[in-house]
Design a protein around this ligand. Sequence first.
Ligand code: TRP
Length: 339
Amino acid sequence: MTQFTPRVLSGMQPTGNLHLGNYLGAMVNWVKMQDTHETLYCVVDLHAITQPTAVWGGPQVLRKSIREVAAAYMAAGIDPKKSVLFNQSRVHEHAELAWIFNCVARIGWLDRMTQFKEKAGKDKEKASVGLYDYPVLMAADILIYHATHVPVGEDQKQHLELCRDIAIKFNNDFETEFFPVTEPVIMGPATRVMSLRDGTKKMSKSDASDLSRINLTDSADDIAKKIRKAKTDADGLPSEAGGLKGRPEADNLVGIFAALAGETVEAVLQQFGGAQFSGFKNALADLAVAKLSPINSRMNQLLADPGYVESVLADGAERASAIAAPIMRDVKKIVGFTA
Ligand code: TRP
């Protein structure tokens, strides 16, 4: 088997506000991986346009959203010197490899993708071809860098399995070991952040209620207000993790505390077990403000300097291209386009 150098790639769409779920569920891990791996993080703008224009807001909004997400990455601790930070559309090899993968992937594989069914809704005839093809482009994002590890949330597992299937089929079809069979790095359930209004639903930028999520752009007052208003049940905090079973809202708030504090759920319950939620919420609000306001102010600083953010993205795209271009050249030889 060919040995591949460990290389991490992940990405997020430039749609809407990033929130606590994105931060604890993904960015915190991305930041950590910078010290142990070669890392590439992209803003997946080609994926954004798979949805109707109204969802991503059209050209002006898109331009701004790309910068906002890049600024959020940096504010959260992605260091553009340690990581390659760029937006996908600037590196044309993503789209180029996606075409070749379109001819490797099978319609039957894509027909099984549950996220397409959810996103397309009832009227799938009206969904874009791009939305259907989304997972193939995602496989190209990963494999154009020979990335070996992809940190994503649980909801992306099926897409990563498809990426593995594409790598395996390409390698078989062309009798090569050119592409690595990428490992998913699924980030644990402890960092799955749920809605503050309904502990059974994921915290989401598309939830109609802004009280359901903590946005990275929220002020300290907003954060404190949202935590105070978060739904809980009538009981106090249990002293052991088992006592959170069947109490999704309590479980979520304790999980958020633990993740923000970098502690285990057990340690949090040792401290707060037996207490009422009102007191715990005050402590959680203080902690959330302490952790998130530096990110918030850094993000505002970065957004006030769009030229700087653009220059980071331009530099990132150049460094990403330097990895992608020779891989694409080899693919063209393997497929038979060039000698
Ligand atoms: N589909 C991913 C999501 O919605 C985003 C994404 C696109 C991605 N390309 C990727 C994640 C490549 C990891 C690697 O979260």
